[in-house]
Write a protein that binds this ligand. Structure first.
Ligand code: GDG
Length: 499
């Protein structure tokens, strides 16, 4: 074996590659992705030598060769390889839109009534996972570490084993893991749980997700001996003869990159310009992908309630709601868009006065500098998902608040609440009056108190940044011994409830 092929590489597998494609004047162009995952994993992939495998995000094309050529030539300078897995239109429909986004996504966000448990989706999900496994077999080497991301690819480890491929392999779930009673609704619950146990390490965003997972394992495998050893963020789970490490690794952002870019002249000028157009008003910002888990209609109702009950807010606060187009082909998402637009129209119709429009609604993707300018220009961030694995928007808002004058209103059901609850205003996103009260409290919060809270939030995000997330996951992946991990009992976050 030559030196190159005996090196241990990191092979990242996710549904989507870290690049996207768009057609400009009839020709495909590749646009590098800019998410935190790409920023964090790129240096590791470069240093270790690595591969990122995933779907390029567009159905198989007649000019497929052009896509492959773009992937191999344009990405060469990044120091690692991209391996595209091509999906047919039927696979995109049933595996991606179907099982991934109409079964697992709503169920794992506790919204089981939105699930469509269609057997065809399930079989196609398995087929696509098998396809990924077959290609992974081709491109990976025995010493590689395979790091599989997210709910689209739960069965990858199972199929690799079936193909006789022995590799070190770990999984990270970016979305929440649901409580037992909800998980049990899944017709394929035992298969899904069993498939997760085929990984050597399973990472969750929070201790709550891990607890939910462990209670499902305890329940569904009650006829087998189930034992959990260890007490820290990483525990050892034994199910019969099978042993798996299960940990909580809260994902984060590249804090320094956000903070320094937000301090740049371009972003500062842009932020000034945004605020100049809304003079003498506090800006309250919502930024979300178009998705029913993000709680946008509930948030708009809360804003309406705040304007109704607190006249001092009228004319003095403006909600900037950015909705980023997502899954637009799906009927539910089109309906959601319609509902949001109806509510925005209604509220603006009800309250607009001379020189003041209560809601500025943007339905588009912002370029990065513009996004940062909105973060920097806003006095309050309103982050109220009904449920969210982590939520990066709230962390980005804090990282960009270099002047430390912002207030974060955060849903107790966002994974980020476990880390940020002490210094933000925590709300139940279903509680319209509670969210409205928080908006009013944030509006009146004195600036010294804002600065004190924001400093702490920023410190915490700076310390627990995306690089720490990658390192702690990989340390867990390569550890042979639980003693290498702190035994401190981490405290699970449960919101305080006033009775
Ligand atoms: C999943 C989980 C978990 C948003 N608008 C624009 C834009 N964005 C960027 C934000 C942020 C990202 O999109 C959204 O991240 P979230 O974490 O809020 O949400 P999901 O997309 O649902 O992500 C989530 C995450 O995975 C990571 O594990 O936190 O819980 O659901 O980075 O900045 N970026 C640009 N223009 C926009 O208009 N450029």
């Amino acid at each position: 074996m030559d030196r190159e092929s005996s090196r241990r590489r990191l092979v990242v597998v996710s549904n989507r590659l870290p690049v996207t494609f768009k057609k400009v004047e009839g020709k495909w162009q590749m646009v590098p992705g800019s998410g935190g995952l790409v920023t964090a994993l790129s240096p590791v992939l470069k240093n270790r030598g690595g591969v990122w495998m995933g779907w390029p995000g567009i159905p198989e094309q007649p000019d497929q060769e052009r896509i492959s050529e773009l992937l191999s030539t344009q990405f060469a300078s990044s120091g690692y390889h991209l391996h595209p897995v091509l999906l047919t239109p039927e696979e995109v429909r049933d595996f991606y839109y179907g099982f991934s986004n109409e079964v697992v996504w709503p169920l794992f966000h506790d919204l089981q009534t939105r699930c469509k448990f269609i057997p065809r989706y399930w079989y196609r999900y398995l087929e696509v996972n098998k396809k990924f496994a077959q290609q992974l077999k081709e491109i990976s080497r025995p010493k590689d570490y395979l790091w599989v991301h997210d709910y689209h690819l739960i069965h990858l480890a199972t199929y690799l084993k079936e193909l006789g491929v022995e590799r070190s392999i770990g999984f990270f779930l970016h979305i929440p893991f649901p409580p037992l009673d909800i998980f049990l609704k899944l017709p394929w619950r035992a298969q899904v749980l069993k498939a997760m146990l085929e990984y050597q390490l399973i990472g969750f965003q929070t201790l709550r997700d891990r607890r939910n997972f462990l209670s499902c394992v305890n329940h569904l495998f009650r006829n087998v001996d189930v034992k959990v050893q260890g007490r820290g963020p990483l525990v050892n789970l034994k199910v019969g003869k099978r042993e798996v490490l299960v940990g909580s690794f809260p994902i984060s952002i590249d804090f320094d990159a956000f903070s320094s870019q937000a301090s740049s002249k371009k972003v500062a000028d842009w932020a000034w310009y945004i605020h100049e157009n809304l003079p003498n008003k506090q800006i309250i910002l919502g930024i979300d992908r178009l998705d029913y888990t993000k709680g946008i209609p509930e948030r708009l109702e809360a804003f309406r309630d705040a304007l109704q009950r607190f006249p001092d807010l009228r004319g003095n606060i403006t909600l900037v709601q950015v909705v980023v187009p997502s899954r637009e082909e799906v009927k539910e998402y089109q309906e959601l868009k319609g509902e949001i637009e109806r509510l925005v129209g209604e509220i603006n119709g009800q309250f607009t006065g001379s020189g003041w429009v209560p809601i500025h609604y943007l339905y588009r993707t912002l370029e990065r500098d513009e996004l940062l300018a909105y973060y920097r220009a806003s006095e309050i961030a309103l982050v109220t998902p009904l449920k969210d694995g982590m939520n990066l928007v709230c962390k980005e808002f804090c990282a960009c608040d270099v002047d430390e004058r912002g207030v974060l209103i955060l849903s107790e059901f966002a994974g980020a609440a476990a880390q940020l609850h002490k210094h933000s205003l925590i709300v139940n996103p279903y509680d319209i009056e509670g969210v409205a009260n928080a908006i009013h409290a944030a509006f009146h919060m004195p600036y010294p108190e804002r600065a004190k809270r924001m400093r702490r939030l920023r410190e915490s995000i700076r310390k627990n940044n995306i690089f720490k997330w990658v390192n702690s996951y990989l340390e867990a992946a390569f550890t042979k011994n639980l003693d290498d991990f702190p035994e401190v009992e981490p405290e699970e976050y449960l919101p305080k409830i006033d009775v």
